[in-house]
Design a protein around this ligand. Structure first.
Ligand code: F6P
Length: 534
């Protein structure tokens, strides 16, 4: 099947059958009863568990039965998800609105060290060297530079400046590896927000001569990043810093602008690498500084293991595919408008923020690849917080609120903190929440009644090593791609973020004393209030 001719999920013959099954069997979320489903099927856990080593996923506590799973898998077939995946891997320009290929998978296969024969790329990943011609050499340069920074006793602090996809992935990975005891080297800091409070609170803690700034921006035109980078450079010079080229490095697809800024070392990448998918490239320089080149390569190797699973596992046993189908089931058949992510590991506390960009920027769309309006709902709201903190915030709503929200628990089997009294308690709390959501409880008073039958998934990682983390993040990337593919969406553009940026320029001029006339009445009144008395 040619990927351009693929049918949108809602236009396949499977869709009405899926919807009908949902109405009859599961339509009102309360009718299908998980407790009963477990009682009737001793094999339910095996049937709804999937392995994509090193990850294990237990999907059994979801509002789904075997016929629904079968229909969903048929839907993935009917939509040509595999052909779409193969087109991406072959370097075809599947990002149609920008006429670009989608290259993040290629970056993790463009390893600069020779892969052992059993590790070679699957046949589906074609033309790595022609899709991302410079990737191998760029990664080699970036890793050797990262090692030199780690060895440089003169650099005590590294500040990563970037926002969105140029921030969230590296920030998450560095936090995770640090918490898992897998990071060393200079202190790493991240600055993203245009709000000067973020940078201003960091700078007094730094010594200019001992600080390295990494400016990461695909376009090198993002307002937040340019403002922060310029303010950091002004501060550096005001502190007596003289060698901007040594203390500022850049990572960008716009090398001319990065060089014009004054960065000494500049690492480039291609236009086909989307920001929210970019941590596998030199965008992950901070990761390589924290974890060393071996750690960075292990992260990539974990992602490659997930790529291999995504390419080779049959659709019915394919974890990213089945998770995406479950997402679609909840969104379009059961009409659930959000999903909650609860990582039970302090190192994964930024996972919800990372997923918010990955999922909502990719699939929060209103038209399909051909520009036709979608007929069904697209990306739900992704939200969440690290456990067990979330239990003391929004879990009340998950258990007894009026909305059913599927929860994804992410558990890590082994801890790395050496505090013997903590980890079993943490894991017990996660499993207890998943169990309580399902079982519910008859209450002796209405306010003590728990309806139960509330769905959750458990994703289990053996540890928070770079390898496991790489596999987890690649899983989320592929799931996001599959879900967009089922909806017929281009998951790789983000036109929706442009309009606000244009308005901001006009409003900033007004805030600085410019004319209020061109603004709408509400904005003009607020600007006038912020400007204060004339
Ligand atoms: O928010 C819009 C966006 O374009 C994201 O897609 C991107 O990750 C982020 O801004 C940062 O962009 P850049 O890497 O070009 O600075």
């Amino acid at each position: 099947m040619d990927w351009r001719e693929r049918a949108r999920g809602d236009q396949t013959a499977v869709w009405p059958r899926l919807a009908a099954h949902g109405r009859q069997r599961l339509g009102a979320a309360g009718r299908f009863d998980l407790r009963q489903a477990f009682a009737e099927d001793a094999q339910r856990v095996e049937r709804f568990s999937l392995e994509a080593p090193p990850l294990l996923a237990d999907l059994s506590k979801n509002l789904i039965d075997a016929p629904a799973q079968q229909l969903l898998t048929e839907l993935a077939q009917a939509c040509g998800v595999a052909a779409h995946r193969d087109a991406m891997l072959a370097g075809e320009r599947i990002n149609t609105s920008e006429a670009r290929p989608v290259t993040h998978v290629h970056w993790r296969w463009a390893s600069n060290r020779a892969l052992a024969p059993e590790e070679q790329a699957p046949e589906a990943i074609k033309n790595i060297a022609s899709v991302v011609p410079d990737a191998s050499a760029t990664l080699a340069d970036m890793l050797s530079y990262a090692e030199s920074v780690r060895a440089d006793r003169g650099i005590t602090d590294v500040v990563h400046i970037g926002i969105g996809g140029s921030d969230l992935g590296p920030r998450l990975v560095v936090q995770a590896l640090r918490a898992a005891g897998q990071a060393s080297g200079p202190s790493l800091h991240f600055v993203a927000n245009m709000d000067g409070h973020e940078l201003a609170s960091l700078l007094p803690r730094l010594t200019a001569s001992r600080t390295l700034f990494i400016v990461v921006s695909k376009t090198f035109g993002t307002a937040e990043t340019l403002r922060n980078a310029r303010s950091a450079r002004d501060w550096f010079l005001a502190q007596g810093g003289s060698d901007v080229a040594r203390h500022f490095v850049a990572v960008s697809a716009n090398l001319a602008a990065a060089r014009a800024f004054g960065a000494g070392r500049c690492f480039g990448f291609d236009d086909g690498l989307g920001g929210r998918f970019s941590l596998w490239s030199p965008v992950g320089l901070a990761i390589a500084i924290a974890a060393g080149s071996a750690g960075f390569e292990a992260l990539q190797a974990g992602a490659r293991a997930m790529d291999r699973h995504f390419i080779q596992a049959p659709l019915a046993r394919n974890l990213p595919v089945q998770l995406a189908l479950l997402d679609l089931w909840y969104r379009n058949v059961l009409g659930l408008a959000s999903r909650c992510v609860a990582p039970y590991h302090h190192g994964l506390r930024s996972l919800p923020a990372y997923l918010q960009q990955l999922e909502m920027e990719s699939n929060g769309k209103g038209v399909d690849l051909h520009g036709r309006p979608l007929a069904v709902a697209s990306a739900p709201v992704t939200w969440g917080q690290a456990g067990s903190n979330g239990q003391h915030a929004f879990f009340q709503m998950l258990h007894q609120g009026s909305d059913v929200v599927p929860v994804e628990f992410v558990l890590v089997a082994r801890d790395a903190h050496g505090l013997p009294e903590h980890h079993a308690k943490l894991l017990a709390n996660a499993l207890a929440q998943s169990r309580a959501l399902m079982l519910g409880q008859e209450g002796d008073a209405p306010e003590r009644h728990f309806p139960g039958n509330r769905p959750s998934t458990v994703l289990l990682l053996p540890d928070l090593s770079p390898h496991s983390l790489g596999a987890l993040l690649a899983l989320y990337e592929h799931r996001c791609f599959v879900l967009g593919s089922l909806w017929g969406i281009n998951s790789f553009d983000q036109w929706g973020v442009e309009l606000g940026k244009r308005h901001a320029g006009q409003i900033e001029a007004a805030l600085r004393g410019g004319a209020l006339g061109p603004l709408d009445a509400s904005t003009a009144a607020l600007v006038a209030h912020l400007r204060g008395p004339a």
